[in-house]
Design a protein around this ligand. Sequence first.
Ligand SMILES: Nc1ncnc2c1ncn2[C@@H]1O[C@H](COP(=O)(O)OP(=O)(O)OP(=O)(O)O)[C@@H](O)[C@H]1O
Ligand SMILES: [Mg+2]
Length: 489
Amino acid sequence: MSHDDQVRKLGKKFSSACHTNFGAALLSMRVRGFRGVPDLTLSFNSPITALSGLNGTGKSTIAQLAACAFRQPAGHSWSRYYVAHFFPVSVADPEPFTADAEVHYSYATEGTAAPQQLTVKRATKEWSGYKRQPQRANYYLGFTQFIPKVERRDLSVYGASTLVLGETRQLDTQAAGHVARILGLPYEQLGFADVSTTTKSSKLAMASRSGRTYSENHMGFGEGRVVYMVNTLETAPPKSLILLEEPETSLHGDAQVRLAQYLVDVALRRGHQIILTTHSAAILGQLSRESVVYLRRTATGDVTATHGLSTYQIDSHLQKEGRTPDGITICVEDAFAKCLASWIFRIADADLLSGCSFLTIGGGQEIPAAVKLLTDANRRAVGLSDGDMSHDGTGGVMTLPGSLPPEKEVFAHPAVKEYFANSPFSLDISEVLAGVANHHYYARALAARLMLEESAVASDACRAYAQAHDPGDFSSLIDFVRAHVGDRR
Ligand SMILES: Nc1ncnc2c1ncn2[C@@H]1O[C@H](COP(=O)(O)OP(=O)(O)OP(=O)(O)O)[C@@H](O)[C@H]1O
Ligand SMILES: [Mg+2]
């Protein structure tokens, strides 16, 4: 099954029979009065939820409070997480939460029953509300889930001279295969060995690769983290809650992509709910809209959650606030839409272009949310969605020319076909594109044939398309953007 199919299947399993497939999943949380989070409600709309946002926006706060949502099942080998574990009070931090701080949880229940609601709050000196919580195995894999033992001067290091290797529990072939795929390393075996000195005992991750065996004391940091993470996800009871702090740490970009694909796969296979904090656009890009929550701190100190917005560029864009105070941000779906819009502006109203900056959002459905986020942050912003997603200007969003995705609109235009049919290209683009099912790859396919960069092909095509029109053809689009540029121009 392709990754996209797995993502769709995961969403369906959650929306159709959440409790059957994932147990007493956490459906929503309202967090009041913790650290810098005054009052935030967020819902978990998929078995995987990625919390993204700038540093200090409350991602870890939410993940830590989610870890406190369940009682561990009977017989579980370690104790549960309590709010007090994550929010220590001392003279250094007299008030990490307010006197009336509370967390409200809602959990999936069987059949058509309403979700179970529960509040954990401070009753005089203790936190109350834990007793009625559902039982569910849960794991908080924070930054210390894998700390290199050599840095900790662990017994396997200081006791090296008397170290005895005991039994090794091998990871099953499938689990080892997941680690191998994420890291792109061909392991023969992965496991955990018992080790002991005369006085103490511990465990050590062990790997065999290309005929050599080495322990975690000689693993890369990313490698060690993935071995521990996959081991937890594969050996936890089914339908556990797994909290991952920035799982991208120390992983190469491609490995981050494959890790995110693995998370979708394991949630689907084992019924886990996974909540992660992340700064990785590579990870966010592999998840569905339902899996993505963007946290943002407003000027007044509130924290807001926007569901479904996977763009990470919004962060850096907002941080540039003030650098282009008179400009307007144009939110578009992708690089091709940006190219088309910029050529339309250049030809129909070049002045307008000089005051614009473009932001590619990634998904057309998310353009309205991105525009709202930017305007709420006092940036002037409009959205231009692809032609196949109709918008009439409401909420600051209009549609690019035509009723098709811009690639189809542009490459089907007679003027564009003629441009590439002529010297020096002499290429029948219809013939090349007939074999390309996904229009997002049109420019790439043509670029490969023409030995050019994809962006050069897109730019030539959009220019030919825009120049073949009368500037008046674009007047409704230009007037719309102009109206939003405001009177500061
Ligand atoms: N006592 C307090 N009162 C108010 N705000 C606090 C208090 N203690 C911490 N904070 C805020 O909480 C933030 C830390 O929250 P949290 O760890 O949840 O952020 P995060 O989104 O996980 O950040 P990062 O991306 O850096 O991991 C701090 O940056 C600070 O702004
Ligand atoms: Mg954090």
